[in-house]
Design a protein around this ligand. Structure first.
Ligand code: P6P
Length: 337
């Protein structure tokens, strides 16, 4: 297949948006640049201690940063330098980061992101990811404000994730299908490898941290037992696959089919994952790939957002599987966990 880079693809698809004058294209390019830099550091994470000096500095004399802080800094720097966003919201920052610079004074977009999701897995060499969500600003001018982020997931103009795994992939949608690009380190470019990704309507993988089973809602408990029953007609029992890194679990399920569940637990009575920069972007992608994303009762992208780091339960993946677990959630809604 002829190699098509992310940059070439974005320009080619720009005609999908007749009114866009290239800002969104440049914004996606900026994200791709930061992703390459983060991938380089994630890939040598285990080596930093060997390569760097002992203690707080590395061989370049820079302070050795935790990778999630490093990733956060890289994405913020790339987005600021690109001039297309007026504010950023990040899992790493309690408050939004308003951008008030000459090059960003006409910026039309805001970006919400989890710069390195699952970063606790870095030390054990498990794939981690970046998740991003892009909205048009709602405020009129000047630096963005928190108001620009108080938008439902249905208002997203683009969303995506980068997975730093056995290969580095960037997967994104602008509402016209899901496209996957794989980084070719030999040329330092993301190349189109998965055009128009579609997930299966019925998969046979379920991903949930069963260590929390005792305190799951009754509907989730019943669904887990359903997954474990013998029934050839519906390919059960399903396989349980849970890496503990959401981007990795969800990327696998997107490709092979499956359902990812992070319900309410005693430790996370509103769910653990964040609505703005984890659940909404992942929901946009999975819906564009033919799947579903709900709270167990309603569509994630329609959940009203009132605070930046708002949490929500997440049931995401193959549509038939999400429908089935929602059946159980509705049937057993009254049963106290
Ligand atoms: P637990 C990582 O911290 C994360 O946000 C997701 O990427 C992952 O699926 C989940 O939390 C893991 O949480 O409680 O099962 O360890």
């Amino acid at each position: 297949m002829k190699v098509k880079t992310l940059g070439q693809f974005i320009i080619e698809k720009q005609t999908d948006f007749p009114f866009a004058k290239g800002e969104l294209s440049r914004l996606l390019r900026d994200i791709g640049i930061a992703a390459k830099i983060v991938n380089r550091e994630v890939n040598k994470a285990g080596l930093v201690e060997i390569l760097g000096e002992t203690g707080e500095t590395n061989i370049q004399g820079e302070r050795v940063k935790k990778l999630d802080v490093f990733a956060n800094d890289q994405f913020i720097a790339a987005l600021k330098a690109g001039g297309e966003v007026c504010a950023i919201a990040s899992e790493e920052n309690d408050e939004i980061i308003p951008i008030d610079s000459e090059i960003s004074k006409n910026a039309k977009y805001v970006v919400a992101m989890d710069p390195l999701d699952g970063s606790s897995n870095i030390d054990v060499n498990v794939s981690v990811g970046t998740i991003f969500s892009i909205y048009r600003r709602t405020t009129l001018s000047g630096p963005g404000t928190i108001e620009d982020f108080m938008q439902r997931g249905t208002e997203q103009v683009a969303a995506g994730y980068i997975i730093y795994g056995s290969s580095c992939m960037l997967v994104y949608t602008t509402g016209k299908g899901v496209y996957g690009f794989t980084l070719d380190p030999s040329i330092g470019e993301f190349c189109l490898s998965h055009p128009l990704m579609q997930t299966k309507t019925a998969g046979n993988v379920y991903s949930v941290n069963e260590g929390n089973y005792l305190h799951f809602p009754e509907g989730v408990k019943k669904y887990i037992k359903y997954c474990q029953e013998e029934d050839k007609a519906t390919n059960r029992p399903y396989s349980s696959r849970y890496i503990g890194s959401g981007v990795a679990d969800i990327h696998r399920n997107l490709i092979v089919g499956g359902v990812y569940i992070y319900p309410t637990t005693t430790k996370s009575p509103n769910g653990k994952l964040r609505l703005l920069y984890e659940c909404n972007p992942l929901a946009f992608i999975i819906e564009q790939a033919g799947g579903k994303a709900t709270t167990g009762y309603k569509r994630i992208m329609e959940v009203p957002i009132t605070e930046l780091h708002q949490r929500t339960p997440l049931f995401l993946g193959s549509s038939d599987m999400v429908d089935k677990v929602m059946e159980f959630m509705t049937k057993y809604a009254e049963v106290k966990a």
